[in-house]
Design a protein around this ligand. Structure first.
Ligand code: NAP
Length: 357
């Protein structure tokens, strides 16, 4: 008998999981509250069938891929249904402490899950079967042996499965992912008011500022839920961040040159020791910036080079932010290998390109 797998929420994570695990040996069911998403999911063959939450009772594995607070509500609904005794329920939420507290009371096996791969894009159309490749997939089971059938199902994602305590998970991602998202959003909000005063600021924000604040483009609903379910950790981290800002502020007030130097020097030394390879808590981006002289003909030429080398890209944008003759073509690749190969091919055709804009 085929295993019945049910994915609730067919956005970036749900759709990517479907694309990675769908195969003839399982029967894949899906649900999303958006009728349009359900339609697309069927149309593109993401799932075998669309079904409703009531049908959870016939499923072997149920995956919640909705915003964290919606997952918590679904767990209460599932707790009222006559699920199979052997069912495994998991979520994909970016916080684990709160869901695991609720899971203690549930009448079925629950395994917290967090695939640490993502994108600033969301929705069903962003689904990508390679999204989880080489990424850490955190699991927080009560019993490690419970996770075996789930890992078996998720093996085609080619993720690296790691078991971590929920509290440790939330602290780590709080520092490495949640606080940086809050800071990025704050910086972009500051630049909004700057643009009102100095209209040129938007144009100047195109390069590095746009890069370092890229994560501020993530889905606001998802981030509201993440903050509300990692509240104690984030309140503490925001206080630590304020201490850091207060430190540099008082150094600046005192014109304390050596303290200001030390602030940056310590950060540089730690930053230089961070691992350069591998995928971490924030998705990495594989972007290449190509200077374009004659936009129409040159863009087509670059695209031909890539397609002849069988290198696909996931996004393309033309920045016209520079005041000299160049436009800049921004290409986003799927992985580091494609990026390196793409850069070599494009440079061989005498285009000037670089990894940072
Ligand atoms: P997403 O692209 O916005 O997908 C979520 C999907 O669930 C959307 O189609 C959404 O529809 C739908 N949805 C929302 N509430 C629902 C409900 N109550 N019932 C049924 N469907 C509902 O978000 P995602 O990036 O896939 O995130 C899903 C989960 O994975 C979240 O818990 C998030 O914390 C976690 N996660 C995200 C990332 C990332 O980088 N994106 C990485 C790891 C883990 P509408 O958009 O129409 O509301």
């Amino acid at each position: 008998m085929k295993k019945k797998v049910f994915i609730l929420g067919l956005g970036l994570i749900g759709a990517s999981l479907c694309r990675a695990i769908k195969n003839p040996s399982i029967e894949l069911f899906g649900w999303d509250h958006s009728a349009e998403t359900r339609e697309i999911a069927l149309e593109v063959g993401l799932v075998d069938q669309i079904t409703s939450i009531e049908e959870a009772k016939q499923m072997d594995i149920i995956i919640l891929a909705v915003p964290v607070l919606a997952s918590l509500s679904y767990l209460q609904v599932l707790a009222e249904l006559p699920l199979k005794a052997s069912v495994i329920v998991t979520d994909t939420g970016s916080t684990k402490n709160e869901v695991m507290k609720i899971a203690k009371e549930l009448p079925f096996t629950f395994i917290g899950g967090h695939p640490m791969a993502g994108s600033h894009k969301s929705g069903v159309k962003a689904g990508n079967p390679n999204l989880f490749e080489e990424a850490y997939y955190i699991l927080t089971p009560f019993e490690e042996s419970d996770a075996v059938p789930l890992i078996e199902l998720l093996t085609p994602t080619r993720a690296k499965f790691v078991v971590i305590e929920p509290e440790a998970h939330d602290e780590i991602v709080g520092v490495l992912s949640h606080l940086p998202h809050i800071v990025a959003a704050g910086l972009v909000r500051m630049s909004d008011s700057l643009s009102e005063e100095h209209p040129r600021a938007t144009q100047l924000a195109a390069g590095g500022f746009r890069d370092i604040t890229r994560i501020a483009s993530s889905d606001p609903q998802m981030w509201t839920d993440i903050l509300l379910t990692n509240r104690p950790t984030l309140l503490h981290l925001i206080e630590e961040w304020q201490n850091q800002m207060n430190q540099i502020k008082s150094n600046l007030l005192a014109k304390d040159q050596s303290a200001i130097y030390a602030f940056f020097d310590q950060a540089k030394q730690s930053r230089d020791l961070l691992p350069a390879k591998g995928r971490g808590a924030i998705p990495a981006f594989y972007d290449l910036y190509v200077d374009i002289l004659d936009i129409v003909g040159a863009v087509a030429k670059v695209m031909t080079i890539l397609s002849e080398a069988d290198i696909s890209i996931i996004n393309l944008k033309i920045q016209e932010t520079r005041e000299d003759i160049f436009g800049v073509l921004e290409l986003s690749f799927k992985n580091q290998n494609d990026l390196v190969k793409g850069q070599q091919m494009i440079e061989q055709a005498d285009f000037h390109c670089r990894i940072r804009s």
